[in-house]
Design a protein around this ligand. Structure first.
Ligand code: NAD
Length: 462
């Protein structure tokens, strides 16, 4: 597929948009319903594709990819009519008589890039939001999860009609696509590539959302129930073999609890996945040889405790705990994005705040504590895309909370209404009566000095 072909495809899509293919609520609901039906009918194929790409257990595929998306569609269909309504707002005194409202207007042709770690969910969730808002879409799945990417292409061919198309390929193809002019770009992936996408968007001043990653810390207070906290932490950290953008990247525990935490974490991993987790059917594969090599290199550490043995050929990485590491080690420099859990022992919360504040703002922040005041202090002091107290990763499953990063972990948000809002331009509309216009400030300004005086006097009311 050459550049000209991409250009033609985007142009065709633009014509569909101009014809009003997703203008009405009925048209949008019809496409959302087709997605819903297709997903329900192809649940088995979706799980199989995810299994081929990542060796995902059905439970994880169902919860994080299929069910997640079905409930998003359900919510959007239920709420769309109220979201689409123009929002009446009050009109200030200066502009009376008049009426004001905000209209959510689709951008037009949008481009969505997704990552490979939840390859179905990360493509579907923004697509649902884009359709809800009335946009036509170019979908570019990750080349690292080819089975899911093929299935998405089939799905879009089956039900997308003239409202969407899929372009497959890697970085070169992505750059070719970015040569085209879009009305909105929604990107999920690494910060480094996100920067390139932002550069490309600048050419046409295209608005964009960047859903990126980073190192998400988990701060543990003294006196927590270590066994229960460890279960929640391990369930989120090793879900998808640690390849989750919101996975806790490292944990901070009070120094006196370091050895207990290390032991309980090891036991918990074994309770969940057995003594040799890479043999467990419930434990996901690493996406590629390159990532497997990167992770194995990262886990080469004198304190590393490997649980079981890796199966390198199958890209099954053994979980690794690295107790008592320091802030300046390689493991603390890049996002881990795999099943390695470093533990940092802390002496004071001031030290924890200083260290986290001196780094890029994380996508997620986790706190385990019995005390509300402890969690409140962390929430008030540290900036992050989201926070979850006494659990991990679950915050992203509440559609009433916006999902997105801040600073290097991203910009923009989606899920539920926030997705609809992201893919809509908020157009301000003021309507004035045709025949009545009491306050005028037309030139010549002579004899109208009363107006600034009046405004000055009653500033608060205007
Ligand atoms: P990636 O940046 O390598 O790839 C993501 C997408 O960008 C793919 O579709 C890919 O083909 C495309 N791409 C690659 N090179 C490109 C280029 N030069 N120009 C334009 N597009 C290009 O990311 P990844 O490895 O798939 O994902 C891992 C990263 O994504 C991690 O940092 C993770 O934290 C982050 N992530 C974030 C979220 C989130 O919602 N915030 C979700 C999943 C993953």
């Amino acid at each position: 597929m050459g550049e000209l072909h991409i250009q033609n495809q985007v142009q065709t899509l633009r014509k569909s948009f101009q014809r009003g293919i997703l203008k009405t609520q009925k048209q949008r609901i019809a496409l959302l319903s087709s997605m819903q039906k297709w997903i329900v009918e192809h649940e088995k194929e979706i799980a199989e594709a995810l299994d081929k790409d990542l060796g995902k257990p059905f439970m994880e595929s169902y919860l994080a990819e299929i069910q997640f998306i079905l409930s998003e569609i359900h919510l959007v269909k239920k709420k769309l009519s109220s979201w689409m309504k123009a929002k009446k707002v009050s009109t200030n005194l200066l502009n009376l008589p008049g009426k004001s409202e905000i209209i959510s207007e689709p951008y037009g042709v949008v481009l969505i890039f997704s990552a490979w770690n939840y390859p179905f969910q990360l493509m579907m969730a923004p697509w649902i939001a884009a359709v809800a808002a009335g946009n036509v879409t170019v979908l570019k799945p990750s080349e690292l999860s080819p089975h899911t990417a093929q299935l998405i292409e089939k799905m879009v061919k089956d039900i997308g009609g003239e409202a969407a198309l899929v372009i497959q390929g890697g970085a070169d193809r992505a750059q070719q696509i970015l040569e085209e002019r879009f009305d909105y770009i929604f990107y999920t992936g690494s910060t480094l590539v996100g920067q390139k996408v932002m550069e490309a968007a600048a050419k046409y001043i295209t608005p964009l959302t960047l859903e990126l990653g980073g190192k998400s810390p988990c701060i543990v207070d003294r006196d927590v129930d270590i066994e229960e906290s460890a279960r929640r932490l391990v369930s989120g950290k090793f879900f998808n073999a640690g390849q989750s953008c919101v996975a806790p990247d490292y944990i901070l525990v009070p120094r006196e609890d370091l050895s207990t935490w290390t032991q309980v974490l090891e036991e918990t991993i074994q309770q969940f996945y057995g003594t040799d987790p890479s043999n467990s059917p419930d434990y996901t594969r690493i996406i590629s040889d390159r990532h497997m090599t990167r992770l194995q290199k990262l886990s080469e550490h004198p304190q590393a405790m490997q649980i079981g043995h890796p199966q390198v050929q199958q890209r099954k990485m053994a979980p690794v705990i690295v107790p008592n590491i320091s802030w300046d080690e390689p493991l603390m420099k890049e996002e881990i994005f795999g099943p390695i859990l470093p533990i940092i022992a802390y002496d004071s919360m001031e030290e924890v705040f200083d260290k986290i504040e001196s780094r890029e703002k994380p996508l997620a922040l986790y706190v385990f504590s019995k005390k509300k005041s402890f969690a409140d202090q962390v929430i008030a002091r540290l900036s992050s895309g989201s926070v979850c107290v006494n659990h991990v990763i679950l915050q992203i499953t509440n559609p009433n909370l916006p999902f997105g990063g801040v600073g290097h972990s991203g910009m923009g948000r989606y899920h539920g209404y926030f997705g609809f809002e992201t893919f809509s331009h908020q157009k301000s509309v003021m309507r004035k009566p045709h025949s009545f216009n009491p306050i005028t400030a037309y030139p010549p300004y002579e004899k109208k000095e009363f107006l600034p005086k009046l405004l000055k006097k009653f500033q608060a009311f205007f």
